[in-house]
Design a protein around this ligand. Structure first.
Ligand SMILES: [Zn+2]
Length: 337
């Protein structure tokens, strides 16, 4: 121990701060939690790429280290279930949110942020940018998505981006590089959207990890089967000796004012984060209905935040494509009720 030099000691301190019991300074109630073993800070200057399926420059993960990523949300119920599973294990992930989804369920994306996860973006409408006729159309998808995700969160988000269907192009890569946005591919594609089976997803991820030894894992928090798989997957990761690394940006995403303005037409009444009064201070039950006087049970207080009950506020048309994986066809998952 006495041989620890300065950088090693500093690294050790970072790891110690990120132990399960102290993740995000909140105590972890689960003594067997997977936790977060290491937090890494990413300098996104020049738009570095991560995930060896496409970008092979930065091999920063140690053996048995895993980065969890979830694409295409937020979605009612499924994203919430994924968040609950991650919280139970006191661990963190990156969520690559679609702009329209973010404005549809801002309250869920704000929960993602409040839980301490990293939030990146995944275009405005999940368009395959290689199929765009002009570079300007592709840039519009990227920038609108970024502005929408930031607006939905109402606070800083990461300059992290993943191409829908992992379909990058020289032009879009160059744009992201000039915008100092890190690009994410994957090491382990779970293909959860294709098989839609919880057991299959768990086995696919563990089998691929056991083969590669480490990696960035791609899943989708909008998939019911993935939401079902995540609790057992996290337990399996721990049992197999894997450790979770959280990636955070050195500096937040800087959106472009013209796109911040452009997406306001789709915001529809979303107030800035932190400006709302607590629902209980706005809505208070002062008289119960007749039913509550008949039986012994009083009517429950109205404590559920109204935001969680609301239909999506952004009701624009649906994304043209559905998935970050390589070949998924359009499906009807978008804003199912
Ligand atoms: Zn996707």
């Amino acid at each position: 121990m006495s041989k620890l030099n300065g950088p090693l000691l500093a690294a050790a301190i970072v790891v110690a701060c990120a132990l399960p019991a102290m993740a995000d300074n909140k105590p972890c109630a689960n003594p067997n939690a997977l936790g977060v073993s290491r937090v890494v800070e990413i300098d996104t200057t020049g738009g570095p790429g991560f995930g060896f399926q496409h970008y092979k420059s930065y091999d920063f993960l140690e053996p048995k280290e895993v980065v969890l990523t979830f694409d295409d949300g937020p979605q009612k119920f499924h994203t919430e279930a994924v968040l609950a599973a991650l919280a139970e294990q006191c661990t963190k992930a990156i969520f690559f949110s679609i702009g329209k989804m973010a404005l549809g369920y801002p309250e869920i994306l704000r929960k993602v942020a409040a839980d301490g996860h990293t939030i990146g973006s995944h275009t405005w409408s999940h368009a395959n940018l290689r199929k765009k006729k002009t570079e300007a159309e592709a840039v519009d998808e990227i920038e609108r998505g970024m502005s929408a995700v930031k607006r939905a969160v109402g606070g800083p988000v990461a300059p992290f981006f993943r191409f829908p269907e992992l379909a990058d192009s020289p032009e879009t890569i160059k744009h992201l590089q000039t915008r100092n946005v890190a690009m994410f591919s994957t090491d382990i594609d779970s293909f959860d959207f294709k098989f839609r089976n919880a057991e299959h997803t768990i086995k696919a991820v563990i089998d691929r990890l056991d083969k590669l030894g480490k990696g960035i894992v791609l899943m989708h928090d909008i998939q019911p089967s993935t939401a079902k798989a995540v609790p057992a997957l996290l337990v399996a990761l721990k049992q197999h000796g894997y450790k979770i690394v959280q990636m955070k940006p050195k500096a937040p995403l800087q959106t472009l004012p013209e796109f911040d303005t452009a997406i306001e037409a789709n915001v529809k009444g979303l107030s800035a984060a932190g400006s709302e009064r607590p629902t209980a201070s706005v809505v208070r039950t002062i008289s119960d209905g007749p039913q509550s006087k008949l039986g012994g049970e009083p009517a429950p207080a109205q404590t559920t935040p109204t935001a969680t009950m609301a239909a999506p506020t952004a009701t624009a048309d649906t994304p043209s494509q559905t998935d970050a994986g390589s070949d998924q066809k359009p499906k009807s998952w978008f804003w199912k009720k």
